[in-house]
Design a protein around this ligand. Structure first.
Ligand SMILES: Cc1ncc(COP(=O)(O)O)c(C=O)c1O
Length: 390
């Protein structure tokens, strides 16, 4: 052990990223891999957004912005939150960050003290666990189940509330299950939050990716909720902009003032060119967004019956671009299923264990390849499963 590692602060706890690294390493050495693993859209960023970034560079947008972001971007975000979700925020309520990822860290740094418990919809995007632990808090998963299409059940939240519970992280649509928490349940969660004085981090990064008849309700629109909610959203998924690193949090003005200096400390500001690109994403034409959403819907509609025909079950995803699929019938635990599927057929999917799931029955399929490639992947998955079944 090096001198430095021997002196690590206790907040640096063991996180196992080795499985993802191994899978990506195996894939790097293979030809014709069909990547249905990462949550990174296969579409490129729409051209008018890229052009806006080029124009910004030509116009010398090479410098720092204020820590909370370009005023015109904050304004455009506030307008979008209003028109898309009925959320009542002004430009001053917005902090632009390096992806939603940095907003998550900033929110946890601002709220979580040693020993605080943070409830998280689960299976889950495990960045939440790491962020909570880095702040000395304790992540507490709130399980959801395939039999109910991984719908969040307020009774499961209630059971886990203790004197130390401070925050509930509501991710809807959720990653990796695609489950959408319906408006009636969001209202129950709001009641619970008020009754038990919980704060809410509402991660709405997939909120524009909804399949009929599912509906999204932003919890901060409900009476008494805006003051106890931090709403997170961003550009990575909606506009196929994962590499640009733009996200944001929306919160009450005095909270924004308090987190401005910590935000400055993390990275001063979100990459200036990327902020100009994000501005173009919101203010420019939305046809490319609608075309991408239509294509995700088509892939999902093809893939669900194909999985059923192949003998798999899954929770019906109401949103996002994932299908959380039960592969127990293959006889292989999910991590082994994924590793062998990749090595033997070149299809990459991720096991549920990467999303904090204790069960080894699940894989997450990201339908982020053209439908023709997804069809080839499905043939390979079907053939592989037939071969390994006991
Ligand atoms: C639920 C959720 N929140 C946040 C993020 C982070 O997104 P980004 O930092 O690219 O905005 C992701 C990425 O997969 C996610 O699934």
């Amino acid at each position: 052990m090096s001198l430095l590692t021997g002196r690590l602060a206790p907040r640096i706890v063991e996180e196992d990223g080795s499985f993802r690294t191994r899978m990506l390493g195996i894939a790097a050495g293979m030809k014709d891999v069909i990547a249905l693993g990462r949550g990174d859209p296969d579409f490129h960023t729409p051209k008018h957004i890229v052009d806006a970034a080029k124009a910004a560079l030509d116009a010398n947008a090479h410098h720092y912005t204020g820590p909370t972001g370009l005023p015109e971007l904050r304004q455009a975000i506030a307008q979008d939150l209003k028109s898309s979700y009925g959320l009542d925020y002004n430009a001053g309520n917005i902090v632009v960050t390096a992806g939603v990822q940095e907003s998550i860290m900033l929110a946890m740094l601002a709220l979580v003290e040693a020993g605080d418990e943070v409830l998280i919809t689960s299976p889950r995007f495990t960045t939440y666990d790491t962020a909570v632990r880095l702040c000395g808090g304790v992540p507490v998963p709130v399980p959801t189940f395939e039999a109910k299409d991984f719908a969040l059940d307020p009774a499961e939240i209630r059971k886990r509330i203790t004197r130390r519970t401070k925050v509930f992280v509501l991710v809807s649509p959720n990653n990796p299950t695609g489950a959408v928490t319906p408006p009636a349940v969001i209202r129950q969660i709001a009641d619970l939050a008020i009754k038990h004085d919980l704060l809410i981090i509402a991660d709405e990064i997939y909120a524009k990716m909804l399949y009929a008849p599912n509906e999204h309700l932003s919890i901060a629109t409900l009476p008494g909720m805006k003051e106890r909610t931090i709403t997170l959203n961003g550009f990575s998924k909606t506009y196929a902009m994962t590499g640009w690193r733009v996200g944001y949090l929306a919160a009450p003005l005095d909270f924004v003032e308090k987190v401005t200096e910590p935000r400055h400390t993390l990275s001063i500001n979100t990459c200036t060119v990327s902020q100009h690109a994000a501005l173009a994403a919101l203010t420019g034409p939305q046809d490319a967004l609608h075309a991408m959403l239509a294509e995700y819907a088509e892939r999902r509609a093809w893939l669900m019956p194909a999985l059923t025909d192949a003998g798999f079950t899954f929770g019906h995803p109401g949103g996002a671009f994932y299908i959380y699929t039960n592969v127990a019938y293959s006889g292989l635990p999910a991590p082994l299923f994924c590793e062998r599927l990749l090595k033997e057929t070149g299809v990459m999917v991720f096991p549920g264990t990467m999303f904090g799931d204790d069960s080894t029955d699940y894989i997450r399929i990201s339908y982020l390849q053209p439908l023709e490639r997804i069809k080839v992947a499905m043939d390979r998955i079907r053939g592989f499963t037939r071969g390994v079944r006991p």
